[in-house]
Ligand binder design. Structure first.
Ligand code: NOJ
Length: 506
């Protein structure tokens, strides 16, 4: 069997509100994205994942959906979505959409109907409970920990919402819900999308008895029912062809639990790893995490790696600019599918958003500020008034400023993606950690005798190279000047001799 495309792919995440604004209303849109897809192609990525583009009142900026089969007018129209998909395909880019199965908007007609009365035809499409007090101890995400239940008028019953009260949870124990969500998938797969990123995938299986969460056992997610439900989603993808991919946002901080979503062979193809994403800057911690996940997925399953997205601070903010370069080399050379959040390739830090400009309920605005394409007002993102302040470092970090400058983050990313594309060992090779000095994380990737060594220095001071690097050719480094040891914050990639070349007999 040939290797599926998504194993050797690099996926680029687009947050539509902040990518490019074609109609000057200050919010990014689909025509803006279509016009900028060449940036993604030139970067060397293989696919884009778009955060939600559906009709939404935007209480959670699109993760509260009022119509799964239409585009929000702010982003454009279905025709614009078709044009985006067609243009992406012309450029050789696949398109993944965000699929949000756990909850809708409270303005979705399904919820409007469901909340009308206890006898409503769609009452059971959401999770309702009667009673004086909150039904259980489940908490909603965002800000302060609040009950995941809101009492609704006029019935006085409680409904479940794992996120905002404006995001009621669908009841996946109701077969009609599952069937309706499968139809949503078919709608987009028919339009040509190549796969989906599944929002909070672990949450579509919950204890139907609504038992209290207990220490060590949550009842509001990762319930055994989640696995057959994801397998059924996979089967819907397979109704089309074998090339459609399901990527789960599986927000579990335990790699063992995570691995169960990708190792059975009939569920998710890929799952984001939030244990890895949240690690502090430590060679030992990253190596231990990768080694553990490698073991867990060795017999089947393919890792996916990323260090941030639209919900998490940027790498350059968390770790600093120099370390963000090392992090880029790591994510793009580990065994697995890398995901790059828009702007990471520009080495952006989080934006500066003054308190009065914060609009997100969970204060995730700084990582969502518009992409600086060029210096100057609007930074090439918009000619209108941007919905979030433009990036304070646009004059230095804009794409046009970095273009062609070999010392820039953009050129480092381009070089890394080009190297990956040209090097089967980096795409498909096995992973073997090698012995290295403290503060180094070093590993060999090997494919059909071709061997590549990656050495990452997590320390800000020089460290000796691993023994394997002796005499090896350098393929790439984060540093222009290289010495016989790794400089502080340097990452270097080497070509090793072929493993199958027998030493010459004396
Ligand atoms: C995860 C998404 O990435 C985040 O932006 C959103 O707020 C929650 N899921 C709820 O949909």
């Amino acid at each position: 069997m040939s290797v599926p495309w998504w194993r050797s792919a690099v996926v680029y995440q687009i947050y539509p509100r902040s990518f490019a604004d074609a109609d000057a209303d200050g919010v990014g849109d689909l025509r803006g994205i279509t016009g900028r897809l060449e940036h993604v192609r030139d970067l060397g990525a293989d696919a884009v994942w778009l955060s939600p583009i559906y009709r939404s009142p935007m209480a959670d900026f699109g993760y509260d959906i009022a119509d799964y089969t239409d585009v929000d007018p702010m982003f454009g129209s279905l025709a614009d979505a078709d044009a985006l998909i067609a243009r992406a395909h012309e450029l050789g880019l696949r398109v993944l959409l965000d699929f949000v199965p756990n909850h809708t908007s409270d303005l979705h007609p399904w919820f409007v109907e469901s909340r009308a009365s206890p006898d409503a035809a769609k009452r059971n499409w959401y999770v309702w409970r009667d009673g004086e007090g909150v039904p259980n101890n489940w908490l909603s995400t965002f800000g302060e920990q609040r009950p995941a239940w809101t009492r609704d008028h006029p019935t006085g019953e409680w409904y479940l919402h794992s996120f905002l009260p404006q995001q009621p949870d669908l009841n996946w124990d109701e077969p009609a819900v599952e069937a309706a969500m499968h139809d949503v998938l078919r709608f987009w797969l028919r339009r040509g999308v190549d796969g989906v990123r599944i929002d909070v995938a672990q949450k579509i299986g919950k204890d139907p008895a609504l038992g209290d969460n207990e220490p060590g056992r949550r009842h509001d997610e990762d319930w055994p029912s989640v696995h057959p439900r994801l397998a059924a989603i996979r089967r819907v993808l397979e109704e089309f062809d074998d090339d459609r991919v399901a990527v789960g946002e599986v927000y579990l901080l335990d790699q063992r639990a995570l691995a169960r979503y990708v190792t059975s062979g009939d569920e998710l193809h890929l799952a984001h790893n939030f244990y890895f994403l949240r690690l502090p800057w430590s060679a030992e911690r990253f190596r231990a995490a990768v080694d553990e996940f490698e073991l867990l997925t060795h017999a089947g399953g393919w890792p996916a790696w990323c260090l941030n997205n639209h919900d998490h601070p940027r790498t350059a903010t968390r770790y600093g600019h120099a370390r963000a370069r090392v992090a880029a080399v790591m994510v793009l050379t580990l065994r697995g599918t890398p995901f790059i959040f828009q702007g990471e390739e520009l080495g952006l830090t989080d934006g500066a958003v003054p308190a009065e400009a914060i609009v997100d309920v969970d204060r995730r605005d700084p990582e969502r500020v518009p992409i600086p394409w060029e210096p100057g007002p609007g930074t090439g993102f918009t000619t209108g008034r941007p919905w979030l302040p433009t990036h304070p470092d646009a004059d230095r970090l804009a794409a046009t400023v970095q273009d062609g400058n070999p010392a820039s983050a953009l050129e480092l990313y381009r070089a890394l993606l080009a190297l990956r594309r040209a090097t089967p060992a980096l795409q498909h090779g096995s992973y073997r950690p090698v012995h290295a000095a403290p503060d180094l994380f070093a590993y060999v990737r090997e494919h059909e005798g071709e061997r590549v060594l990656v050495a990452l220095n997590f320390a800000p001071f020089p460290r000796p190279l691993p023994a394997e690097a002796e005499g090896a050719r350098v393929l790439l480094s984060t540093h222009a000047e290289r010495t016989g040891e790794l400089a502080g914050d340097e990452a270097r990639v080497f070509e090793l001799g072929r493993a199958d070349q027998a030493p010459v007999a004396e």
